[in-house]
Design a binder for this molecule. Structure first.
Ligand SMILES: NC(=O)c1ccc[n+]([C@@H]2O[C@H](COP(=O)([O-])OP(=O)(O)OC[C@H]3O[C@@H](n4cnc5c(N)ncnc54)[C@H](OP(=O)(O)O)[C@@H]3O)[C@@H](O)[C@H]2O)c1
Length: 258
């Protein structure tokens, strides 16, 4: 049984910690900079806790570093002298595994490609786990853990993961931002956002069934320039949405005249 130490106490630490424990992989220790956060998570995991980097378990097998992206290197540097033999992995999609290389002999990445929040329980069987490490032995270890708590496991190197993360921003954050704009447009006209729910569901269902490029409909792909112009006129009180509409339309159909 590996001695697992979770570093950090945010969304990922909470969800992964509980899932690992539920699947028979107990957490030995929670380490975090804020004592009450470390204690709160450790209490739910029945684990030890500390807010001193130097008190990390020296015989830890796996350090699961789940702190903010820009703190990973600094936290890794603080922990490494005290648990030098551990496999240290972070959980970030946007950060190279190599940020841990100057500090640890064994390092890697354990990135669950999903949006986690405190309010929702993740559907573990549908989360792609992207793992990577320089040695096959450590990759196998990470794959085995991912298979225990999930179902979809991929080996993805730093270069691939950087692009995967960009793609995820388009698929999740930007798509969600478009939903947000749609909601505000309807709100301004006293229409319920629920009216768009069936359309949103159908859009996603079709994009999952087939290539989204092939499934595109609407004025831009039809080349319906008059409708595009009317929409742009309707958006004149929101120049930022007007600009976004125009940019997306041009990207869908570069031949449309503006
Ligand atoms: N949330 C997601 O949907 C998601 C999905 C995939 C991957 N990830 C990755 O998982 C990692 C954690 O994300 P999260 O969403 O769990 O973050 P989060 O909920 O915002 O929690 C951040 C954690 O980082 C700690 N932290 C922040 N700055 C620090 C510093 N300078 N030194 C030490 N600790 C520091 C915080 O400690 P305090 O409690 O003391 O503030 C907290 O425990 C990130 O690398 C993120 O990219 C997140």
């Amino acid at each position: 049984m590996p001695k697992i130490v979770i570093v950090g106490t945010g969304r990922i630490a909470w969800h992964l910690g509980r899932r690992l424990k539920a699947k028979g992989l107990p957490i030995a220790q929670v380490v975090s900079r804020t004592a009450e956060h470390a204690q709160a998570l450790a209490d739910t995991l029945h684990a030890r806790w500390t807010n001193e980097w130097a008190d990390v378990l020296p015989d830890a097998d796996w350090l699961l570093i789940a702190v903010r992206d820009d703190a990973i290197a600094e936290v890794g540097a603080a922990l490494a002298p005290h648990a030098p033999d551990a496999l240290a992995t972070h959980t970030s999609g946007a950060t190279p595994g190599a940020v841990l290389q100057p500090h640890f002999r064994r390092f890697g990445v354990f990135y669950p490609l999903q949006s986690f929040s405190y309010e929702h329980s993740p559907v573990w069987s549908k989360i792609p786990f992207c793992v990577d490490a320089p040695t096959n032995e450590d990759v196998l270890f990470l794959k085995k853990i991912a298979k225990t708590i999930g179902n979809l496991v991929y080996r993805v190197d730093d270069g691939q993961r950087a692009f995967l993360h960009v793609a995820a921003v388009f698929a999740n954050n930007f798509a969600n931002h478009c939903f947000t704009i749609a909601e505000k447009i309807l709100e301004e006209k006293d229409l319920p956002f629920e009216m768009l729910h069936p359309l949103m569901e159908e859009t996603l269902a079709k994009a999952l069934r087939d290539s989204p490029a092939r499934m595109q409909t609407g004025p831009a792909v039809r080349g319906d320039a008059d409708t595009v112009q009317r929409h742009l006129a309707l958006l004149r009180s929101h120049p930022e949405w007007q600009e976004l509409y125009q940019k997306l339309t041009m990207d869908i159909n570069p031949e449309l005249p503006f």
